[in-house]
Design a protein around this ligand. Structure first.
Ligand code: UDP
Ligand code: MG
Length: 323
């Protein structure tokens, strides 16, 4: 991309919002301040994910004042991943930057992201250098998650990189072709590939409001991430089954030798009990795991839409996309 073309370049800022009324008054000035210092056209696509507070009213008020603010309102809460999917569907810029409404991702980094984009990178990751704002528990569980995910999945996701990143049009177009209903965006965002680079930043405290995620949600999120990108867990069952059968075979041989050759009788109760419980446990575990995948197949084949839009504001009819 040459410098002369920069004037026409446009960037879509993608913001999922769920009960962010407290954050909105801080968010828009911060974004406008940064974006006005970058030499691009921009729009801010806000997805109201069925908020229960007055987030939607505040967003509509913003859109009324400023044509660069566009609002997509969901009919109910579909979750952050769905909100992000909608934002990608509606994004019409030459590049897009998903960002949280709570300003935990510093908007100032956008300036450097755009510089990197103009140098020719299609994806510019923003990596958190420290997780000081997280609890020790969240830090270690997040670290563990990336390790397990990257071991099990062919697709490698960069550690400590959230949704905050810049993606070129090419990447957005590739993302739109991913039809799955189970949206693990951290993984999906990486799936198209393309030339990437990483910037580092310190993640800040939320400016206002509270986090929408608890450990149970994060655990399910992690499970969904791993099962959407890897079938290794069920394959592991095959190997474990082979290993256990092999051990049983050796044990069988040893028992025959002990009885026939050495003439020792075989006391059974305790060993039977242990083996039965052990195998029963393993079988149930892998049946559950298979169920997990079957459940996901079930959800996929239903082919329900990922989100339902109740209202669109600020879009010209040309760039309206079906939900
Ligand atoms: N969010 C959303 N739908 C939800 C939950 C969260 O759109 O069901 C949005 C939320 O408004 C915020 C972003 O996702 O803009 C990140 O949420 P949060 O700050 O609660 O997550 P954390 O930073 O604690 O991981
Ligand atoms: Mg946050």
């Amino acid at each position: 991309m040459t410098q002369q073309q920069n004037k026409q370049q446009s960037i879509s800022i993608l913001v999922p919002m769920y009960n962010e009324a407290e954050a909105i008054p801080h968010f828009f000035p911060a974004i406008h301040k940064v974006m006005e210092s970058v030499d691009v056209e921009y729009n801010i696509i806000c997805v109201d994910d069925g908020s229960k507070d007055n987030t939607l009213e505040l967003l509509l008020a913003q859109a009324e004042q400023d044509t660069r603010v566009q609002v997509v309102a969901f009919s109910r809460n579909f979750g952050k991943e769905a909100a992000m999917t909608a934002a990608v569907d509606y994004a019409d810029g030459d590049a897009a930057i998903p960002i949280d409404a709570d300003l935990q991702d510093p908007p100032e980094l956008i300036i450097k992201m755009v510089e990197k984009w103009r140098e020719g990178f299609d994806v510019v990751y923003a990596k958190r250098v420290s997780r000081d704002t997280d609890t020790a528990m969240k830090r270690s569980s997040a670290g563990g998650f990336y390790k397990v995910f990257n071991k099990l999945s062919q697709l490698q996701i960069p550690e400590n990189v959230g949704d905050f990143r810049l993606m070129d049009r090419k990447v957005l177009d590739a993302l739109r072709r991913l039809p799955e209903k189970d949206r693990f965006m951290k993984g999906l965002f990486c799936w198209p590939g393309f030339k990437n680079t990483t910037l580092e930043f310190e993640r800040l405290e939320r400016t206002a409001g509270d986090t929408k995620f608890n450990y149970w949600k994060l655990w399910n999120f992690a499970l969904s991430g791993i099962t959407s990108f890897s079938t290794m867990p069920i394959r592991f069952g095959v190997y474990l089954g082979l290993l256990v059968s092999f051990c049983a075979f050796i044990f069988g041989l040893w028992t025959i030798i002990k009885t026939v050759v050495m003439g020792v009788d075989v006391p059974g109760y305790a060993s039977l009990m242990v083996v039965m419980l052990f195998l029963g446990g393993i079988q149930l575990f892998f049946m559950g795991l298979m169920g997990e995948y079957i459940g996901r197949i079930y959800m996929e084949v239903k082919n329900r839409p990922i989100y339902v839009v109740a209202q669109e504001v600020g879009f010209s009819s040309a760039d309206k996309k079906a939900g």
